[in-house]
Design a binder for this molecule. Structure first.
Ligand code: WT7
Length: 648
């Protein structure tokens, strides 16, 4: 154990954590050997209106493809996250809210208060015509009402579809239309880092492209001036005052949908990932408790945005199902100063902090003083999510932030997986910086080669999951065939993650990144095809190809090759115009970091763009060995031009 790249489980954690190494092995073995009894037993952690008698019933094969968990059970997610805690901890804080600016006072809601807020909100939704199964779009900043909105939908069985507040009106309109959502919940404005985001105005702009919209419920967040459309727009505070503070929780089938969330894939438009009610809640509750070794009373902070799955699973549903105190932060980790995140930790005595490597890299760059001048004595456990963490950032998090005292859980998962699939458990798993380590109970990861042949031992290849787990997505909204084709056809009979991974001699998993045309920019997933479609919508653009390239802070940056229409000249102005264009079409997170004007793109004789070559050039690796065989190109000369005019 003197290997400096291995951090053994601290003795105190091994002794007092909920799961130690021996228990992990025993439970992991049980879940695979007898999933039925394991999962029916785990199901007892939820409050069921009708307790299920069957656990998993699934097949990943094309002939009888189906995924069901606890299908005969009935429950309500909002009752599990609120009502069942009222007796024991009604006066405990459920949601602790830290505003954008440190000069403003935090707000908090006990479980009792949360109950009243969510019930009123649910009654407002009902009054606006919402019913079980309806899709309700949520386009909100990081304010407590965002959590209330999700739980209110869950209470009446409506399916929420949260759209990140940083997405453009165009992107919002596409998501509203795709799922035929007739109600949008938004706020007058959002705030982040002292800036205002015109959310209601964005909804109004999106509404021009949407036919299905009946009602817009508006939260008064900043008091900013907004236009209200008679007969369509409703102020939440006015409507909430007119409805009762109690709303019965609707009994919902375990396999009925809880939410959908749009995410980028390697082709086409973002797809609506649909999650179930029972299996999902069980998964996020189990993983939140065990991965963070959560104990009631602890202040827990997941510094994600509710617009991403991390916010759904580990700000709202997992923690509240476990009766936790979950901190919600409206602002940015580095505003007004790079100490902000650590000051919030001190202000609220946060014990568990869960954030993304990109935030850590950005803060690390600012120097240690911003960290060391704060106390951070309350911290006990640290977590990361969203992208591979480089060992340098891991060590900084461990040594500087956690002063060597806090284990780090590097949690690997995806929008599609609902919650964490591969992660250390702090009392059970020795840590290796950069490795997500070992699978959760019931998760059966495999590494396969390009042909799908399972590889044993220490090896690198494609990461697949060989069995279903309760938190798995159930379909792509409106396109079940796309669900099957995207995830189960590449390696038949298995769920394909789209990630590459290496397994070492100790059976630890190291995620190497996406192997498809999805890039990970600051922990946010972006389909290269989406950025390309946005670029070619511009009148001057004939063709575009987008690839990822290594970026110090963001992990990956967006590199776009753009071919202009005849008679259109390349210029710096056009470059900025195109960057702005993509921001407007999709949102700031999709803004290309580099745009290279290219007279031609490298294509095979059959017209297929050779992305391998474009990736190498973007990475700056232009040796003949890196570029490989270019003889199959229709016009090998384009490569010379691309190399000569590389940007950055
Ligand atoms: C992709 C999923 C997980 C919720 C937030 C992102 C990458 C995620 C890790 C990690 C290495 C990671 C993968 C994955 N990823 N966590 N701990 N180590 N890579 O969800 O937007 O659906 O993105 O993020 O590439 O496929 P997402």
């Amino acid at each position: 154990m003197s290997d400096p790249s291995i951090y053994p489980v601290p003795a105190e954690w091994a002794a007092k954590a909920k799961i130690n190494a021996e228990r992990y092995d025993q439970m992991y073995g049980h879940a695979l050997a007898d999933p039925g009894s394991f999962w029916l037993d785990q199901a007892k952690r939820l409050d069921w209106i009708k307790r299920p008698e069957i656990a998993g019933d699934w097949s990943f094969n094309e002939q009888d493809f189906h995924i069901n968990w606890f299908a005969d059970g009935k429950l309500n997610v909002s009752a599990n996250c609120i009502d069942r805690h009222l007796k024991e901890r009604g006066d405990q804080i459920a949601i602790l809210w830290e505003p954008d600016s440190p000069d403003e006072a935090p707000r908090s809601y006990t479980y009792k208060q949360l109950h009243a807020e969510v019930c009123r909100f649910a009654n407002v939704l009902k009054a606006a015509g919402a019913k079980k199964g309806d899709r309700i779009t949520v386009y909100l900043p990081m304010i407590p009402e965002a959590a209330f909105a999700l739980l209110a939908c869950a209470r009446i069985g409506a399916i929420h579809s949260v759209v990140f507040g940083g997405f453009s009106p165009e992107a919002l309109a596409g998501r509203i239309t795709d799922c035929d959502s007739n109600i949008v919940i938004t706020a007058d404005e959002g705030r982040r880092g002292g800036k205002r985001v015109p959310l209601k105005a964005n909804v109004d702009a999106a509404a021009k492209h949407v036919r299905c919209l009946d009602a817009v419920i508006v939260v008064k967040a900043t008091g900013g001036d907004v236009a209200m459309q008679e007969g369509r727009d409703i102020w939440l505070h006015e409507a909430a005052a007119a409805v009762p503070a109690d709303c019965p929780a609707e009994p919902i089938g375990a396999e009925d949908p809880l939410f959908l969330l749009y995410t980028s894939g390697s082709t086409g438009k973002p797809k609506g990932v649909l999650h179930s009610t029972g299996g999902y809640l069980l998964w996020v509750s189990l993983t939140h408790e065990l991965v963070f070794d959560y104990r009631p009373g602890q202040i827990y902070w997941c510094a994600a945005d509710i617009g991403w799955v991390t916010g759904h699973s580990y700000i709202v549903y997992g923690p509240l199902a476990n009766g936790a105190t979950t901190l919600m932060y409206e602002g940015l980790p580095n505003w007004p100063t790079p100490s902000r995140i650590w000051e919030v930790v001190d202000r609220h005595q946060v014990e568990i902090l869960y954030t993304a490597p990109t935030a850590l890299r950005a803060l690390m760059k600012e120097g240690d003083e911003f960290v060391t001048k704060t106390s951070r004595k309350s911290l006990k456990l640290l977590g990361t999510v969203g992208e591979p963490i480089n060992p340098e950032a891991w060590r900084w998090y461990h040594e500087v932030v956690g002063e060597g005292r806090c284990p780090i859980v590097d949690t690997w998962w995806q929008t599609e997986t609902g919650g964490t699939l591969i992660s250390p458990l702090p009392g059970a798993t020795a840590l290796k910086p950069g490795s997500a380590t070992k699978p959760m109970f019931g998760v059966d990861p495999q590494i396969v080669d390009g042909e799908g042949v399972v590889q044993d031992g220490a090896v690198e290849g494609n990461l697949v999951i060989a069995r279903s787990w309760p938190g798995q997505m159930r379909t792509v909204w409106g396109d079940h065939d796309r669900f099957f084709q995207t995830y189960f056809s590449t390696f038949p009979g298995k769920y394909f993650t789209g990630d590459g991974a290496r397994r070492d001699d100790d059976g630890y998993y190291w995620i190497t990144g996406r192997v498809d045309d999805v890039i990970n920019v600051s922990g946010h997933r972006m389909g290269t095809a989406e950025v390309e479609s946005a670029l070619v919508l511009h009148a001057k653009v004939a063709e575009a190809a987008v690839v990822g390239y290594p970026h110090d802070i963001k992990g990956q940056g967006i590199y776009a090759y753009v071919t202009l229409n005849a008679n259109c000249a390349a210029s710096e102005e056009l470059r900025s115009e195109l960057r702005q264009w993509v921001r407007t079409e999709i949102g700031p997170i999709a803004t290309p970091d580099a745009i290279q004007f290219a007279p031609g793109l490298p294509k095979t004789r059959s017209g297929k763009i050779m992305r391998r070559i474009l990736r190498k050039i973007a990475e700056g690796d232009v040796s003949p060995a890196a570029l490989g065989d270019t003889s199959t190109l229709a016009d090998p000369a384009v490569v010379e031009d691309l190399v000569a005019n590389r940007v950055g």
